[in-house]
Structures are given as C-alpha cells and as structure tokens.
Design a protein around this ligand. Structure first.
Ligand code: SF4
Ligand code: SF4
Length: 94
C-alpha cells in the first residue's frame, strides 16, 4: 500500500527520468567521434541520465534522452565528444 502511494507522488530518479523524453530539452548536443574514442567508458559513467549506451565494442548516445548538458564532452579526456548546436549534426536524431 505504502509503495503504491509513493508512486503516486514521488518517482525515483531513474523511473521518472525515463518516462520523460529529455531529448526535447536540449539546445546543444554531443557528437561522439568513434575514431577518437578510446572506449574508456567515462562518458558512460558520468552521463546523469544514463543515455550513453555500451554496445559490444563502442559507445553510442541515445538522443531520445540526451538533455545536452555537456558533461560527457567535459569528462572525455580524448576529445572524442564535441558539443554542437542541436540539428547541426547528421549523427543526432532531432
Ligand atoms: S569518454 Fe571519450 S574516449 Fe571514453 S568512451 Fe566516452 S567518448 Fe570514448
Ligand atoms: S550531453 Fe552527454 S552527459 Fe549530458 S545527457 Fe547528453 S549524453 Fe548524457
């Protein structure tokens, strides 16, 4: 009973965030250069909405949920992620 009542008023961060398409909010968006990527996983760890997905041997940004905060680009030590104006890259779905 308590659990369902909590769900009416409070959503956990993960559950709440994924029910909202946070990709609608962004002004700028990250572009990941696979050639420069060292596969260290820092962007994956630091993304606050967990929208960088680990594939078999590379990382991919899920633009449905990327809110364009730029943390991934800031944390990437290889310069593999650049922030660009939304819509200016063919990589990102807008
Ligand atoms: S932080 Fe940079 S180098 Fe590391 S996985 Fe992400 S894009 Fe690749
Ligand atoms: S800009 Fe980077 S860190 Fe921020 S939400 Fe998008 S993928 Fe995640």
């Amino acid at each position: 009973m308590m659990e369902s009542k909590e769900k009416e008023y409070i959503t956990s961060v993960g559950e709440g965030i994924y029910s909202i398409n946070t990709g609608d909010w962004r002004i700028n968006e990250p572009v990941l250069d696979q050639e420069k990527c060292k596969k260290c996983g820092l962007c994956f760890l630091y993304c606050p909405v967990f929208c960088i997905e680990k594939k078999d041997d590379y990382y991919e940004i899920n633009y449905d949920y990327c809110k364009g905060c730029g943390i991934c680009a800031r944390e990437c030590k290889s310069g593999a992620i650049k922030m660009v104006e939304k819509g200016s890259s063919s990589y990102a779905k807008n």
